[in-house]
Design a binder for this molecule. Structure first.
Ligand code: DSN
Length: 415
C-alpha cells in the first residue's frame, strides 16, 4: 500500500500527552465523558472514507450498501431506546441539530421562547451572537429570583404574551429536572410546537434517571457525546408527521455529506446505552452529583438552586471568597489537574468571560468508576486548591494528590 511514509511523531506524542492528561486528572466538565474503546474503534473505522449524501435507500452516490445498513441500525436503536417515531442521526453537533430544527419548523423572524443563555440556556437558544438569535425572534425565559428554578408560570405568561411558533426547553447549565409535561401544556395553550434540547441529559433519559421528553415533544435534540457517552455528534428525534421536514432541513438544508464513521459509533453507543449497566451508570451520575454538591456546600460554596438533581451543579464562588472569579478559579484548578469550566450564575454581576461561578459535572468521573467517597475527596481538593491559589508549591502538591486519586480509576490504562 503506497501510504506516505511519514512517522508523525508530533501527533503521536500529542495523543500520548492528551491520554496522560485524561488518565491522571479529574475531568469535571459537565458536557464531557470518556467514550468506550468500541465507540472509538467505530469512530476510527473505514466508514470515514465514504460519501453518502442523502438517506438510506436514497443516496446521491453509489457504494452505500453497507453505509445504509449502519445508518439504519443507528436510527432503529435510538428510536427503540427513546420510543421515538423517527430519528435523524446525521447532525454533526448539537448546534447543527438545533439549527436544522429551526430551519425545518420556522421562517426567519418567527418568535421562539427559549431559556436565556445567562440563566442556563445554550447559544443556539437565541443568543444575539448566534445565528439562532440573528435569524429568529427569540424571547428568553429565566430562572426565578426566589429559588433559581424555571417557573412554568413565567413560561406560560411569556407564551401567552408573545405567541411563539416554537417553545424550546432544555439547558446547558441548569442543575434541576425539567419536566416536559407542563411545557407541552403551555405549548398546546398557545398553539406552539415544542422542542426539548436534551443534549446534557440524553444519557440520564436513556438510563431512566430523568423523564423521557419524547412522548410530550414534537422534536427532541441531543448530542451523543455527553451523558450518553458516545462519539461527538448530534441527533434529532421527531414525530412521523415532522420526519420529512426535519430530514430535509438536515440534508440538504444544513449539511452535506454525513459522517458515517460517527454514525457507526453512534450505533455502538446507542446499544451500550440500552443495557442494564447503563441504567446503573445513569443513576450513579446523579448520586455522585448529589454527594459532590453536598460536600462542596460543606466547604462554604453556595449551590445555585440549593443543589442538583442531574449530572451537574453550579457553584456561586462569592460566599467562599468574594474576590475569587470563575476565571481565576478555572485556571488554578487546571494547574492542580482539576478540569472544569467557569460559568455565569443567574444575574451574575461579572461578565461571561470572568463570571462568579463554576459548572461542575460528574459524567466522566462516574464512567471511570468513582463513587461517593471520591466525590468527598474531590470537594476537598477543589476547596483546598482555591484556598491556596497563591501558593504555587501547594497547588503542585495538590496536583500529585489528584494524580494519586485518579491512578486506580484511569479510563484508558492500557494506553
Ligand atoms: N459546549 C457545551 C457545554 O459545555 O454545555 C454546549 O454546547
Amino acid at each position: 500500500m503506497p501510504w506516505p511514509t511519514i512517522n508523525d511523531d508530533d501527533v503521536t506524542r500529542l495523543v500520548a500527552n492528551e491520554t496522560e492528561r485524561q488518565n491522571t486528572g479529574l475531568q469535571l466538565i459537565a458536557s464531557e465523558n470518556f467514550a468506550s474503546p468500541a465507540v472509538m474503534e467505530a469512530t476510527g473505522s473505514v466508514f470515514t472514507n465514504k460519501y453518502s449524501e442523502g438517506y438510506p435507500g436514497k443516496r446521491y452516490y453509489g457504494g452505500n450498501q453497507v453505509v445504509d445498513q449502519v445508518e439504519d441500525l443507528a436510527r432503529q436503536r435510538i428510536c427503540e431506546l427513546f420510543g421515538a417515531d423517527h430519528a435523524n442521526v446525521q447532525p454533526h453537533s448539537g448546534a447543527n441539530a438545533n439549527m436544522a430544527v429551526y430551519h425545518a419548523l420556522l421562517e426567519p423572524g418567527d418568535t421562539v421562547l427559549g431559556l436565556s443563555l445567562d440563566h442556563g440556556g445554550h447559544l443556539t437558544h437565541g443568543s444575539p451572537v448566534n445565528a439562532s438569535g440573528l435569524i429568529y425572534n427569540f424571547v428568553g425565559y429565566r430562572v426565578s429570583d426566589s429559588d433559581e428554578r424555571i417557573e412554568i408560570e413565567e413560561v406560560a405568561a411569556l407564551a401567552h404574551e408573545h405567541k411563539p411558533k416554537l417553545i424550546v426547553t432544555g439547558a446547558t447549565a441548569y442543575p434541576r429536572i425539567i419536566e416536559p409535561e407542563p411545557f407541552r401544556k403551555v405549548a398546546d395553550e398557545v398553539g406552539a410546537l415544542l422542542m426539548f434540547d436534551a443534549a446534557h441529559i440524553a444519557g440520564l433519559i436513556a438510563g431512566g434517571a430523568h423523564p423521557n421528553p419524547v412522548p410530550y415533544c414534537d422534536v427532541v435534540t441531543f448530542t451523543t457525546h455527553k451523558t450518553l457517552r458516545g462519539p461527538r455528534g448530534g441527533c434529532i428525534l421527531t414525530t412521523a408527521e415532522l420526519a420529512g421536514a426535519i430530514d430535509k432541513a438536515v440534508f440538504p438544508g444544513q449539511q452535506g455529506g454525513p459522517q458515517e464513521h460517527s454514525i457507526a459509533a453512534k450505533a455502538v453507543a446507542f446499544a451500550e446505552a440500552s443495557t442494564d449497566e447503563f441504567k446503573t451508570y445513569a443513576r450513579q451520575i446523579v448520586s455522585n452529583a448529589e454527594a459532590l454538591a453536598a460536600a462542596l456546600a460543606g466547604e462554604g460554596f453556595r449551590l445555585v438552586s440549593g443543589g442538583t438533581d442531574n449530572h451537574l451543579m453550579l457553584l456561586d464562588l462569592r460566599p467562599f471568597d468574594e474576590e475569587l472569579t470563575g476565571k481565576e478559579a478555572q485556571i488554578v484548578l487546571d494547574e492542580a489537574g482539576i478540569t472544569l469550566n467557569r460559568n455565569s450564575i443567574p444575574d451574575d454581576p461579572r461578565s461571561p468571560f470572568v463570571t462568579s461561578g463554576l459548572r461542575i459535572g460528574t459524567p466522566a468521573v462516574t464512567t471511570q468508576g468513582m463513587r461517593e467517597p471520591e466525590m468527598a475527596e474531590i470537594a476537598r481538593l477543589i476547596a483546598s486548591t482555591l484556598r491556596q491559589r497563591n501558593d504555587a508549591a501547594a497547588v503542585a502538591g495538590i496536583r500529585e494528590e489528584v494524580r494519586a486519586l485518579c491512578e486506580p480509576f484511569a479510563p484508558y490504562p492500557q494506553v
